[in-house]
Design a binder for this molecule. Structure first.
Ligand code: GUN
Length: 362
């Protein structure tokens, strides 16, 4: 049986129903036996339909790609320092969202690693729009700061639109000011939002060809879904953007050569959403504390189970990695995938903003 399994894996082709070898053994050429469609093996066991049944996707290692980017950035930053200016990043954290605090601390730690200036500005959960705008105004006017990041989400009483509009477009290293989003749309942007740029770096540096490919983005947020779709389009992919009201989501996703999951729904994308051999980039970062879900998905993963046992939660993406790695060609993990690249691109954008400002300052 083990031998037959290997044969099936080697010969199953998408859309052909039974694998060639198995089909030929059961129904030799000339056989008049025909099974009704609903008994076809690929319908009974959906994964049989997929070329590469049983395979494990190649891991897209965001941490090592981020390290490459940091190494390159080190030279840029050195040049800026030699020209008399150390790049500076300010992060504004409003309220007590624990995830936001962790992200901001990681961003500040990346500044320390790259030996650039960082400033963390904290405002209480009760802060109003005027208080946040006041901090943004001060940072806009501060010559030691090249990049400003206002961590999202903001508390509900703070107008996100007003705040994002107030950040100087020249210091908007998040790429969320309408001027920068417009430039992105026109294809003449100096930098793009960090997570979408991180996704593009991941694809490029992993040798994933984008030109001419079908890319499906699940999620239409301003932070990720929309800008990553634009970047993929600039890279000559054919784009579909899906969202909560998309009909037949799984079958649309199965058309993707490149699938970007940015919906914020833990472990939602399973192998039924993925074409055999597709590249799947998981942008989700979700905290899961449901023991039933964890033990169902990670039942064969002692490391994850031990982490859950210890912390009583797990950080997972939008993709079920166990299911999807059976069919995908490449898959980015969570953690260790897009997350480290988002931060590396923030430092990259800060260095870009510093370079642009240095021209004006000197
Ligand atoms: N919250 C989650 N991701 C991000 C990000 O990339 N930028 C900002 N400003 N807030 C976030």
């Amino acid at each position: 049986m083990a031998h037959e399994g290997a044969d099936i894996r080697g010969t199953c082709c998408e859309g052909t129903g039974l694998g060639g070898v198995l089909r030929d053994r059961l129904f030799p050429t000339g056989s008049l036996i025909r099974l009704p469609k609903e008994f076809a093996l690929d319908r009974l066991i959906p994964s049989f339909r997929r070329k590469g049944y049983g395979m494990t996707a190649q891991v897209l290692d965001g941490t090592s790609i981020a390290n490459q980017i940091y190494a390159e950035l080190g030279h840029d930053i050195e040049r800026l320092k030699k020209a008399g200016h150390t790049p500076g990043l300010a992060a504004v954290l409003v309220g007590d969202n624990p995830a936001s605090r962790i992200y901001v601390n990681r961003k500040v730690a990346a500044c320390a690693r790259m030996e650039i200036v960082s400033r963390k500005i904290e405002l209480p959960q009760s802060a109003d729009t005027a208080a946040v705008l006041g901090e943004v105004d001060a940072l806009n006017a501060d010559d030691s700061i090249d990049g400003i990041l206002v961590q999202l989400p903001l508390p509900p009483q703070v107008s996100e639109k007003e705040v994002l509009l107030r950040v100087s477009p020249h210091k908007d290293v998040d790429g969320l000011h309408p001027m920068n989003l417009g430039a992105l749309l026109m294809g003449n942007h100096a930098w793009a939002s960090c997570t979408p740029s991180g996704v593009m770096q991941m694809l490029r540096r992993s040798g994933v060809e984008v030109e001419g490919k079908r890319a499906v983005v699940v999620g239409r947020s301003v932070l990720v879904g929309r800008p990553v779709a634009i970047l993929l389009m600039h890279a000559h992919a054919t784009i579909t953007v899906c969202h909560s009201r998309t009909k037949a989501l799984a079958s649309v996703c199965r058309e993707a050569d490149i699938l970007i999951a940015a919906i914020g729904r833990p472990l939602m994308i399973t192998q039924e959403y993925v074409k055999a051999g597709a590249v799947v980039v998981d942008v989700g970062i979700n905290k899961v504390s449901d023991p039933g879900l964890v033990s169902r998905v990670f039942k064969d993963d002692p490391v994850r189970l031990a982490q859950f046992e210890e912390k009583k939660y797990l950080i997972v993406g939008d993709v079920d990695p166990v299911s999807v790695s059976r069919v995908a060609g490449k898959l980015s993990p969570v953690p260790g995938g897009v997350g480290p690249l988002t931060i590396a691109m923030l430092i990259h954008n800060t260095a870009c903003a510093a370079r642009a400002r240095l021209g004006h300052l000197l």
